[in-house]
Design a protein around this ligand. Structure first.
Ligand code: NAD
Length: 257
């Protein structure tokens, strides 16, 4: 299937590794020109080198999604490097774990800045150009916690729900301009982040296998599987998918819908 996005310009944040990196790779394989953005210079440079080695047209920029000015600067720099952003993948690291009352004011503020407002600011910066050109794809990366809260992840549960509400609202406002806005809800995906979270276990591989055994598929997901979903949602083919929160969790969540 030709996804019809060859030559489209994509900005992917949180793209030095994990799900964001996989999304950048999947978009690049479909011929999109990709700007990878993340906080650290070495990670960004490595991702750009890898993508170019695979034949992609790729550039890199540094952004901190928690910085109030960061997202708008990222869009401006991406557009200066590549041209107008057609595809925006809003992603960042997840907030730290913690129960509701165990998280202090600072923790709440950082999570809201990075995971809710960072996403909103990124979209606010890229959207006017998409609307003016009559085509755009916005994909936010959140979590299955949008549908079913995860115990001990108060910050994630709260901020992801905010993103989901914003996406659903915005999707209805911009659909007539050729722009779609969708939300991807990953379940357990084997990224560096998951490895880090499990690194306290005596046998990392056994811990990963054990986590996978809790899933109906008997395994955890691969970042590339999420990347492929992102590429499809970003595609010409997905023009009627709008305002959706799409779970990719191997069927683990028990919620209906
Ligand atoms: P990861 O930690 O492996 O990668 C996160 C990426 O975001 C890295 O490139 C990092 O440099 C970048 N980043 C972190 N904070 C940033 C910031 N403030 N500004 C810019 N870039 C920043 O994480 P991942 O596993 O790929 O997860 C991506 C998102 O999906 C996270 O929000 C995570 O909570 C969510 N998620 C992941 C899983 C999973 O199982 N991996 C499940 C549900 C939700």
């Amino acid at each position: 299937m030709d996804l019809g996005i060859s030559g489209r310009i994509a900005l992917v944040t949180g793209a030095s590794r994990g799900i964001g990196r996989a999304a950048a790779g999947a978009l690049a394989r479909e011929g999109a020109h990709v700007v990878v953005a993340a906080r650290g210079v070495p990670g960004v440079e490595r991702a750009v080198e890898e993508l170019r080695a695979e034949g992609a047209v790729a550039e890199g920029i540094v952004v901190d999604m928690a910085d109030p000015l960061g997202p708008a600067e990222a869009v401006a720099r991406a557009e200066a490097l590549m041209g107008p952003v057609d595809i925006l993948v809003a992603n960042a690291g997840g907030p730290p774990p913690g129960r509701f009352l165990d998280v202090g004011e600072e923790g709440w503020d950082l999570a809201v800045q990075q995971n809710l407002l960072g996403t909103v600011r990124l979209i606010r910066a890229a959207l006017p150009g998409m609307r003016a050109r009559g085509w755009g794809r916005i994909i936010t990366i959140t979590s299955t916690s949008v549908r079913e809260v995860i115990d001990g992840l108060a910050l994630s549960n709260a901020t992801r729900a905010g993103v989901a509400g914003a996406v659903r609202t915005l999707a209805r406002e911009v659909a007539a301009d050729g722009v779609t806005v969708n939300n991807v809800l990953p379940g357990p995906i084997l990224t560096d982040r998951m490895r880090e979270l499990l690194s306290g276990q005596p046998d990392l591989e056994a811990a990963i296998a054990k986590r996978g055994a809790r899933n109906p598929t008997g395994r955890v997901g691969a970042p590339g599987e999420v990347g492929d979903l992102v590429a499809f949602l970003a595609s010409e083919r997905a023009g009627f998918i709008n305002g959706a929160s799409v779970m990719i969790d191997g069927g683990e969540s028990r919620v209906v819908g």
